[in-house]
Design a protein around this ligand. Sequence first.
Ligand SMILES: [Zn+2]
Length: 361
Amino acid sequence: MTVSSYFSATYSEARTKFLEACRDCGLPVDNYLNDRAKGAEGEDLYMDVARIGPSDASKLLIISSATHGGEGFCGSGVQVGMLKTGMFKSLPDDTAVLLIHAINPYGFSHIRRVNEDNIDLNRNFLDFSAGLPENPEYAEVHEYLVPDDWDGPARAAADAAIQDYIAKKGIATYQAAVSGGQHIHADGLFFGGFEPSWTNKTLRAVVKKHAGNCAHLALLDFHTGLGPYGHGELIYVGNPKGLPRALSWYGDDVTSPEAGTSTSAIVRGTIDVGICESAPKASHTCVAIEYGTLPILEVLNALRADNWLYLKGDLNSAQGKAIKKQIRDAFYGDADDWKQMIWDRGTSVVGMALKGLQDAK
Ligand SMILES: [Zn+2]
């Protein structure tokens, strides 16, 4: 069986492979139906959760896919492959692994970064009663991100304005303005929501059930779209107190948006917040593994195009299909060499996480 065969072309196929691999390993799976939406093929949408290892383990490694929907082809492939190759057959003592497949099943199925409410889930895990983070820079670029047409004069004028913005303020400021998260424009990009999403509530319940009493929790959340092609950057997320532990587990190339060493902008409300709050007794070592696909401006433009398509375009038109191909390519390096790189790095990092947990006191 080749590495490429672990990966899928659709959410439905990925889900089937995951469920079959769990069944072949004798693992029960909890299926959490998202009844707020349907998939691109009219299918039901689920977050599926499988636990390997003792139910009372004090150490837990959570491996999750598709926080950003269409990025899920990557993480799902690694999850399926790890089950198929028996990677968790002999876990260290007192250790369990929790595989969460399709944190955002709507986005996975529709090949979108956002959920059914246009929410970027990695901006949604906030205390909504405490006032929301502000991103005034986003308001400056919003109208250019969502022009009235995609192939006409409005787009040309918007692109010129964006080029002007980048020339004046730099690409890093543009990336932070667009991707830092915003709670102003519900139809815009990187929208964090006005309230907790279905995923927010569901994920908290899952983690509470499995990690509410554990002493050491590690998270590996799989992402794509930033950094060099196929390279897996480990981005530390969460309380700065845990950063030295992440460095000791994974090595000095763990990056931190707060320290300015990551390809990611600083963001608030990422899923690790909900995970950590749901396992309050544990130490937390949370990282996102971020694999590159295309250059950053191409990725941001694909996200922009996808946002425009659902607001103002026609999914069934030739233009709509071309945009869906563009966004898919931004999420998924659908080539054997890319999948091999994802697999090699992903399994290596999982090994490091298990070793780190084993040594955790
Ligand atoms: Zn992502």
